[in-house]
Design a protein around this ligand. Sequence first.
Ligand code: AMP
Length: 215
Amino acid sequence: MNIILLGPPGAGKGTQARKLVDDHNMVQLSTGDMLRAARSSGTAMGNKVAAVMDAGNLVTDEIVIGLIREQLENTSYSGGFIFDGFPRTLAQADALNDLVSEMGQTLNHVIEMAVDDEALVGRITARSTCGNCGEVYNDATKAWPNNGKCSNCSSTDQTRRADDNENSLKTRLLAYYKQTSPLIGYYYATGQLASVNGLGTMEVVAGEIAGVLDA
Ligand code: AMP
């Protein structure tokens, strides 16, 4: 089972992907995480994309398609792949079709997580993650524990993303509507699209996604 989680920044794609990894033994492929890892290890590519990411613009198709190709070639296939934050353009969607069919696989579901813009701004500006295990926190609904330690792994490394600020978010939202949202029509036309309401609690949204996967 291979799926795409599609939605604007802050829709909860990463949170739901982590849950699918735990519950269904799937493999999360997040191009955002791959790019952040390249930046923090200081590779030439990481340095090249840093300013683009901080401003909230999209990195070139060539770079992200290359990253996904490399991961697909080097990751053993278990319960399936969750594409999180990829594809984000029509060219990336076409490339993913080719990659999946080269592997003799199919793309089973594209799940759109719909959340209104005002909720996104609130979620993103309140968001932090554990720098060690990636657990996601929200100042209002799931605050970083008072003892200063991640509830999942006890690390004290609470991290806020450089691009989780109102300015970058405006650019990220524009990029989403201009470049990524046409994919909703694209996957509707291929018959692979399902939509869930991303505004509910983590468990409610997870239940809706499970409903799509079981259908
Ligand atoms: P994310 O963690 O998915 O919100 O991605 C963070 C940033 O990484 C984005 O704002 C882009 O600058 C870049 N990025 C992640 N995935 C892609 C992609 N598929 N295509 C282009 N840029 C991407």
